[in-house]
Design a protein around this ligand. Structure first.
Ligand SMILES: NC(=O)c1ccc[n+]([C@@H]2O[C@H](COP(=O)([O-])OP(=O)(O)OC[C@H]3O[C@@H](n4cnc5c(N)ncnc54)[C@H](OP(=O)(O)O)[C@@H]3O)[C@@H](O)[C@H]2O)c1
Length: 318
């Protein structure tokens, strides 16, 4: 199958294709043949998820023999290649899942046939990085799942259900990409032009930033006698409760703790123990606390004296 003319998307934000989500034990008639370039965390999980909803995954490119073998074991119908460009001979839709910095290099020797589509999975870059591969009647786009893909492929595949996928491209492939997202049980969104770097930076804070925070929490938990499992059990529950509060009452109103009360003495005690027993966590604690102080200022719940007291306690060089 080659891709047909425009399937118009329905709106600027949530994009629907009219395809109904369902899983297939067999291949969907008329679904485009898909190829995956780069068999890392994203390429493998996406390839597996796509094949499980019945879209034929016909090819994969990976420079690594072990990754090619693993892909083939999970998706037996896929031919394996070392060279990314070879995938284009086999498929209608090629998905590039290599690190952002490698995308331009991978694309450089590619030329798409008429009716073919090429997308990448980067959260940062726009579709234009694929422009060099465009030939007459071909299409480029992006398909970015907002998921933390780990080496646990089954977990990653499960996480695709319900996830947000930012799609981008010319009108001719928006319907196709929205349809793929919908088949995967995900929610397709279209971002405003130029929004991707900020959208992606927020994603990195939500995932990597949270992991950095967890790492600091675990380090402090260790000082208090908890092992990692213990810290995750105890503070994980508090994190979930805080997230639920933010969803229920809003981010600003979800803030509790010493800064909202103007308890500068408590902050001083925290900083003293951090400096003495967990100095590597101090900058993270201070960065978060200073952001909390801004929230408290905006909420207008503390007197100017209270704000000044807290501000002075946090005015520390690290
Ligand atoms: N990880 C996430 O949570 C996540 C989430 C959403 C989107 N993304 C995006 O998805 C893309 C892939 O991310 P990933 O986490 O899957 O990356 P990854 O696991 O680090 O790498 C993916 C694959 O890229 C290939 N590769 C690396 N350098 C290459 C080069 N110079 N030329 C050709 N191939 C090269 C490697 O394939 P071979 O060695 O097998 O050839 C590797 O297996 C990125 O654009 C990323 O921003 C990632």
């Amino acid at each position: 199958m080659r891709l047909g003319p425009a399937d118009a998307s329905r709106g600027p934000d949530h994009v629907s294709s009219g395809v109904h989500a369902h899983s297939h034990a067999h291949e969907s008639a008329g679904a485009p043949a898909v190829g995956i370039i780069g068999a890392g965390s994203v390429g493998l999980a996406l390839g597996l998820a796509i094949s499980r909803v019945g879209w034929p995954v016909r090819a994969v490119a990976s420079r690594d023999a072990g990754r090619r073998a693993r892909f083939k074991a999970l998706i037996p119908g896929a031919s394996t290649f070392i060279e990314p460009v070879a995938v284009l001979n086999e498929v209608d839709l090629a998905i590039i899942a290599v690190p952002d910095d490698a995308i331009a290099v991978v694309v450089e020797p590619m030329r798409l046939f008429s009716g073919q589509a090429l997308v990448h999975t980067s959260g940062l870059l726009g579709a234009e990085v694929l422009q060099p591969a465009l030939g007459a009647g071909s299409h480029i786009g992006a398909f970015h799942p907002l998921i933390s893909f780990t080496s646990d492929v089954e977990r990653s595949v499960r996480d695709i259900t319900g996830a947000t996928i930012a799609i981008e491209g010319d009108d001719s492939i928006m319907g196709l990409l929205a349809g793929l997202a919908e088949e995967l049980g995900a929610v397709a969104v279209r971002l405003p032009p130029g929004a991707k770097p900020a959208y992606h930076a927020a994603a990195v804070m939500a995932s990597g930033g949270l992991v950095a925070l967890l790492d600091g929490i675990v380090a402090l938990g260790a000082v208090a006698g908890l092992d990692e499992r213990g810290s995750l059990a105890v503070y994980g529950r508090l994190i979930e409760q805080t997230l639920a509060n933010a969803r229920a009452v809003g981010v600003g109103a979800a803030l509790t703790g010493p800064i909202t009360r103007g308890d500068a003495g408590t902050l001083a005690a925290h900083l003293e123990v951090l400096e003495r027993l967990a100095p590597a966590v101090l900058d993270l604690y201070l960065a978060a606390a200073r952001r909390e102080l801004r929230i408290v200022e905006e909420r207008g719940v503390l007197s100017p004296e209270g704000l000044a007291r807290v501000g002075a306690a946090l005015a520390k060089d690290v």
